[in-house]
Write a protein that binds this ligand. Sequence first.
Ligand code: SF4
Length: 376
Amino acid sequence: MRIVKQKEFDTFSCAADKCPDNCCGGWQIEIDERTLQSLKDYEGPLREPIDKAVDFEGSCIRMNENGRCELLNDRGLCRLVLERGESFISDICHLYPRHVEEYEGIREWSISLSCPVAAKMLIDRKEPSEYIVTDDDEPDPLEDDFDDFDVLLFTKLEDSRDVIFDILNDRSLGVYQRMKMILSFSHELQTLLDDDRLFDMDEYIAGVRSQKGDRGLSDDTAGSALLDDRYRLIGYINDNSSVLYRLERLKKDWTSDLTYLADICSGCKDIDREYEDAIKSLGEEYHEVILENILHTFVYTYYLGSVYDDRIYAKISMSVFCTLLIDLIYMCARYFNKDRNGVDAYINVAYRFAKEIEHSDINLDIMEEFSEKLFL
Ligand code: SF4
């Protein structure tokens, strides 16, 4: 069995009561069957809070009037963990922000951008993203669940993702050019897949892999040409940001970020200048590194999932769109509140964004479907 992890994965440590947010509130937290049974059988001083906090019918945590789990103490720590230890809480509480994607014989772990500590580890670093791969002889415990798994397509997705990572790590090219290249690459792969030309994909991937520079991936489509001009691009992303109002709302406090977005259209006369200032506040070069890091995180988490739905191009276009939306929201938040400036403010925007998008299948579907048409 093969295990893949982001380089940062094993060093993640929860900030607990020092966390600027708290993952135990504001969204639906499901409880697995094993934990539900333990909570039903529990006898002890937390019986009453457990009954208040747990929706046994719906198998989830019921939030109190402040939108938080009733089992948190005044310092934001889980009373169940303090009394019984980590093994007593549900898998989702125990694992978060660790996230796993399962493929036949492969398990890929990531830390989620939606946790502020994880977001800082993933975004605020200058060296290129790296992944740690380990193999062992253990059989996949989920082997029987993969009867219909498309191994042939999966190998092509793995190979093509390696090429995408190589492109993303090539800092001799501007980050917007790299976005354009991975859009073009994934679009061609999608065409080959749709035409049922699976074997031609190998040749195409090998051809792109063997080249340097723009790798023959600089053709313009109407949408991707925008990536040559970051000011036109940010205006275009702004014009399309209204999709965010169609999403299922998970956290009420995200409304302020959305309000900034809405207000920028009416309040800001000169988006180009504001955007230039926002980039300068981070440093031109570091801004590119931040975009690269966020893009890497989205591609790593979602790209291989196209083995289940055949939507290669949608995964890449969503990754690009989400990265650019975070950039735009940072600019808006900074315009309306000059204290929200610099990399920590950027991380704040990024984790709140990820919290809304990445923890709702409905929202991910909407974003994928919408992004798919944006850069064509
Ligand atoms: S959001 Fe992250 S750092 Fe904060 S409490 Fe949850 S896991 Fe810990």
